[in-house]
Design a binder for this molecule. Structure first.
Ligand SMILES: [Zn+2]
Length: 316
């Protein structure tokens, strides 16, 4: 359903999970772009209005935290001096103008020429060319998460971020240190670093290799339940299907993942590699997460058994 731009911006703060632009800032690498169009402009307006809450790793707290942003303010000069404005409000006005421009007046039925849609106009061209999104940690207002984008008439490109993707991701990998080999962890770090710098194919090659090794490890667990010969001959996507029950369901039941993985590296463009990277990375995280929770469960059970045995011995 299209948003009614004649409504005012709602006062509640929504989750970033549903906002295409905060998702873009959080997951995409540098020099990656996203279109700004009629369907998603309202997400950008909400984000600029400070109505989006995101969850990410805080480098200072060393934990996952909720971050929010103050409304984006710009200043304009007129005869009365310099005055502050909310960029979100201004962009809402541009949207209302778009609607009005394209609505035929009475008696003019359908004769009006379609005027090109725009997300900003010449008055805010300067202020919106480079946008800085400054998120603040909910636990401490000195903890920041900053993103810089360069916008055009139809898109925005991520050109900066601090803390870096590497700073944010490496500590997250610690959660899997018991279930990932040293080699895989090192290469995963390299892959993420390359991706964050806008290197598509290079980062994707690393990631596929790690996923391949992890799938092999799952095959070891499956043992003879999965036929060795058939497994060896199968492509990566088919191997995942064969390992149903030994890999997370989100992977074995998701046909989009098969589509992404069935393409050989040489068949993919640089852009496709960048687009698929977050999905394949998530696949790896899903598997590692499954292994880690199994490992933890076993460790907890072993601990409980030990405690129970100690009690049994003392009762005797
Ligand atoms: Zn913090």
């Amino acid at each position: 359903m299209k948003y009614n731009f004649f409504d005012s911006i709602p006062s509640n703060i929504g989750s970033g999970k549903d906002n295409v632009f905060s998702n873009f800032l959080q997951t995409n690498g540098l020099y990656d772009s996203i279109q700004i169009n009629e369907d998603n402009i309202i997400d950008l307006i909400f984000l600029l209005d400070g109505k989006v809450r995101i969850s990410d790793y805080c480098k200072e707290c060393k934990e996952e935290r909720v971050f929010t942003m103050k409304p984006y303010i710009y200043f304009s000069k007129d005869s009365k001096g310099c005055s502050p404005h909310k960029l979100s409000e201004r962009l809402m006005e541009v949207q209302r103008e778009n609607v009005i421009k394209n609505t035929p007046s009475v008696g003019e039925v359908g004769s009006k020429e379609n005027i090109a849609w725009e997300w900003k106009d010449w008055q805010n061209d300067d202020v919106s060319r480079i946008l800085v999104f400054q998120f603040v940690c909910s636990m401490n207002e000195d903890h920041h998460l900053d993103y810089i984008v360069l916008t055009t008439d139809t898109s925005m490109m991520k050109i900066g971020q601090y803390p870096s993707v590497a700073d944010m991701t490496f500590p997250k990998l610690d959660a899997y240190k018991h279930v990932i080999s040293k080699e895989d962890r090192k290469e995963l770090g390299t892959a993420i670093g390359l991706f964050a710098s806008g290197v598509g194919a290079g980062s994707y090659v690393y990631l596929r290799r790690i996923l391949e090794r992890i799938i092999y490890k799952a095959k070891e667990t499956a043992g003879d339940t999965v036929n060795d010969e058939k497994f060896e001959q199968a492509k990566m996507a088919e191997r995942i299907k064969m390992l149903e029950g030994y890999l997370p369901e989100t992977l074995t039941k998701n046909t989009i993942i098969y589509g992404i993985l069935s393409k050989g590296i040489h068949e993919l463009s640089e852009e496709e590699c960048l687009r698929y990277f977050p999905v394949v990375k998530e696949c790896i995280y899903q598997i590692l997460g499954m292994w880690e929770s199994e490992r933890k469960k076993q460790a907890d059970e072993a601990g409980l058994n030990k405690a129970l045995n100690a009690i049994t011995t003392s009762i005797k």
